[in-house]
Design a protein. Structure first.
Length: 218
């Protein structure tokens, strides 16, 4: 079966992008230009009617939503050991992935795209200001997760290899720099993210997406 990943540069689609690179998968990367609203084009909506990225096409199957895509790639490439097999470790993996996806990610959406939630300009400014503070606190919590993993002898959040949690953490920290959060204020998280970015899989995805890890301008 052929694999095709629809991704947007710098978006959460970086997670499956890096996973496919780490698995050594043969796949076709298709960039969706969000700034040109390509996700709402008739062509893309025919693939993903929700107009979101990422979308993974595996032969005749189309998979959407990041958690589902992570599960599918793990099943497709079990030798990569992206998701722990031991029951409690597996539970903790999904606990962290769900938190990243349903708590940290939406907080950034309120910072970066407040217009999705109100058309009132003062309210948008208030949403951005409030959620920037909330996002900073969540990145602090993420730093605590990284620190705890290292204290328990784990180099990576999901196990012994770079995987989806690490790709997501890197993405979330990068978004923080776009929100005006200095990564140097989160030293343990920043060091970890830089190390993650230097793994061959992440480096290839970063190069293809043409993104910088640190967008903070001071």
């Amino acid at each position: 079966m052929s694999l095709k990943l629809y991704y947007a540069s710098g978006a959460c689609s970086f997670v499956p992008h890096a996973m496919l690179e780490a698995a050594g998968a043969t796949f076709e990367p298709v960039r969706v230009k969000l700034h040109q609203n390509e996700q709402q084009s008739p062509e893309y909506l025919a693939i993903n009617p929700r107009g979101q990225v990422p979308t993974l096409v595996d032969g005749a199957q189309t998979i959407t939503q990041i958690v589902a895509i992570v599960v599918h790639i793990d099943a497709r490439f079990p030798e990569s050991q992206f998701i722990p097999r031991e029951p409690l470790a597996r539970v903790r993996f999904f606990e962290t992935l769900a938190w990243m996806n349903n708590t940290v990610h939406p907080a950034f959406t309120h910072v970066f795209m407040p217009f999705r939630f109100t058309d009132d300009a003062p309210a948008q400014a208030a949403l951005k200001r409030f959620n920037t503070g909330a996002y900073r606190r969540l990145l602090g919590e993420l730093q605590g997760i990284v620190t705890s993993a290292h204290a328990s002898g784990r180099d990576w959040l999901g196990g012994v290899h770079f995987g989806p949690l690490d790709a997501y953490a890197l993405t979330l920290l990068r978004w923080g720099t776009l929100a005006g959060i200095d990564p140097e204020s989160l030293p343990e998280l920043w060091t970890y993210a830089q190390r993650a970015a230097q793994t061959p899989a992440a480096a290839r995805a970063i190069e293809r997406e043409r993104i910088r890890l640190n967008m903070y301008s001071g």
